[in-house]
Design a protein around this ligand. Sequence first.
Ligand code: FES
Ligand code: FES
Length: 161
Amino acid sequence: MSTVKLTVNGKAVAVDVEDRTLLVQLLRDTLNLTGTHVGCDTSQCGACVVHMDGKAVKSCTMLAGQADGANITTIEGIAKGDELHPMQAAFRDNHGLQCGYCTPGMIMSAIDIVHRHGGDLDETTVRQELEGNICRCTGYHNIVKAVLDAAGRMKVSQAAE
Ligand code: FES
Ligand code: FES
């Protein structure tokens, strides 16, 4: 057992965890942030993606202890009050989901993709970059459209900041 201190969605937390506890278990089971999903547990599907210090990570592949001192953002932390994050709004507007199970991880990966590539993304790049996120429902067409749409929206909102 050890105490892990981290910031989650802007709030400082300190929790006692077993050494084998995964980051996704800490988020879901201890902090009740159940928007982060588990789809495979083997680092393939991307349903568990969160941001650690601003970068997308698979939270089923990390021990909670490895996140000690880190800044974690989950899907619950990206909207500003009632205002959806541009990526969330783009997924809604482009109907980039069916059952929605993969959506939190898709959105967290997609935000990181836009941060790394800027607003100049093309379809091929988005498809390559989303290889670590599996959607079992929709096919990727609307998801890719949503990411490209959001890249434009995020460029506009960053320029306005
Ligand atoms: S649950 Fe983490 S990659 Fe599938
Ligand atoms: S929308 Fe159902 S798994 Fe992607």
